[in-house]
Ligand binder design. Structure first.
Ligand SMILES: [Zn+2]
Ligand SMILES: [Zn+2]
Length: 365
């Protein structure tokens, strides 16, 4: 049988707008809808014919090709799909669902399990060196007794008679049929006559799993480590989700972290600042020598190379920045007081010198 012209099928002119084509198709689709014409083979053929015509004429590219080459455009040697895969999309567009049951028959009811999140607190030292951590994770695992099917050992789940295993049933709403979850099997597509005793038919049981996790050096607060397949088991024997371990690094008493660098502060005395000194400063690994040059001002920041944090997954370490703070003593021994008084006398004369006053004038003048 020769193919009818697509425009003729939809009873529209060759210059019809997209809207006109859509309206025409919709009216015909409703008219020849298999639900309204049960067991009517001719109506079903008409319906398919309209759908095919619409799949071509609603697509500007296909329509242009059809206008130039006719049906040859869609059935040439290249085997251009006449649009049958698209027909289902059209059904969806109009809310028809899968009326021919052409979507592979049994709807798959196997789902992937949920991803899990685990928040893990570690110290700054641990984030610097990395750590092997044992995690205890309560989660739903596949039932070992029934292998996740939910049916008692030796029995199997039966295909649901209401939906024939599809998990969904179709019901009529006005002109359109709407799919809804099958109430008989709750969308599983299967009914368990004898539920597994271990999981009561759920296919999953709650268990605490102990996992060894290698935390790499350099992680910081907010770092997410993904452990594939260690989330919850999927329902109905589906694959497991993933586990995400979210790192929180505790605040440190001495160091503050910014990226790969660490920041700290260390006190020095007036004499050390004025005369210079070799002091020891705390690092993550222990102590490090720091040379304070003579005449150092309070707040001066010194950099100690490669005493910061390791780069995550990379090489090298950040730096440690140490700010020195001049500490004024709160109490003095007799000797200290005597020496400081002597110093004060000299300082006085120094501060009263013309050059100093001149300097202050320059600053404010
Ligand atoms: Zn079970
Ligand atoms: Zn069902």
């Amino acid at each position: 049988m020769a193919k009818r012209d697509y425009y003729e099928v939809l009873s529209v002119s060759r210059t019809a707008t997209d809207g006109e084509i859509k309206r025409a198709y919709r009216a015909l689709a409703v008219k020849y809808h298999p639900d309204k014409n049960p067991e009517d083979h001719l109506a079903e053929e008409k319906f398919k014919e309209c759908a095919e015509a619409y799949s071509v004429l609603s697509d500007p590219q296909k329509r242009a090709a059809y206008d130039r080459y006719g049906h040859a455009a869609a059935s040439g040697a290249g085997g251009v799909d006449p649009g049958f895969s698209n027909i289902e999309d059209i059904f969806d567009m109009f809310g028809f669902g899968d009326m021919f049951g052409s979507r592979g028959g049994r709807r798959t009811t196997v789902q992937r399990g949920s991803d899990l999140r685990y928040d893990l607190e570690i110290t700054l030292e641990e984030s610097a060196t990395g750590k092997d951590e044992k995690l205890r994770i309560p989660r739903l695992e596949q039932c070992g007794e029934c292998g996740g099917s939910g049916a008692e050992k030796g029995t199997t789940a039966e295909t649901c008679v209401s939906c024939k295993g599809a998990g969904q049933t179709r019901y009529q709403q006005g002109f359109f049929s709407v799919m809804r979850t099958c109430p008989n099997c709750q969308g599983r597509g299967q009914v368990i006559r004898t539920p597994c005793k271990e999981c009561r038919g759920a296919g999953r049981v709650e268990k605490e799993k102990t996992l060894e996790l290698k935390i790499p050096a350099g992680v910081e607060t907010g770092s997410r480590l993904r452990v594939s397949g260690e989330g919850e088991a999927g329902p109905n024997g589906g694959p497991s989700g993933d586990l995400f371990v979210v790192i929180h690094v505790k605040e440190h008493k001495v160091f503050e972290r910014q990226g790969a660098n660490l920041y700290s502060a260390t006190p020095i005395t007036f004499a050390q600042a004025a005369l210079g000194a070799d002091i020891k400063v705390k690092t993550l690994d222990g102590e490090e020598d720091l040379k304070i040059p003579a005449g150092t001002q309070t707040g001066t920041v010194f950099r100690i190379k490669s005493q910061g944090m390791p780069a995550l997954g990379g090489r090298g370490r950040g730096d440690l920045f140490v700010a020195v703070t001049l500490i004024t003593p709160k109490s003095l021994t007799k000797e200290q007081r005597k020496l400081l008084e002597q110093l004060a006398e000299i300082e006085d004369t120094d501060f009263n010198s013309e050059s100093f006053i001149e300097k202050v004038r320059n600053i404010f003048g």
